[in-house]
Design a protein around this ligand. Sequence first.
Ligand code: ZN
Length: 60
Amino acid sequence: MNNSNRKSALFCPSCGYKSSLGGDWKMSSASDQYQLRCPNCGSVVVTQSQYCTEYSEIQN
Ligand SMILES: [Zn+2]
């Protein structure tokens, strides 16, 4: 399978920072939930419940 066209860009809602899902977002975990935080302003951009499939790929 070629998934090179599966680009998932995320935008920080607070400062507008943009990066791919596997980019330089800061991943943090609390109990059984993961969060991606903006490396620029520290806001939570997304949580595992929204992108659980993508997260499992990131962790590999
Ligand atoms: Zn931000």
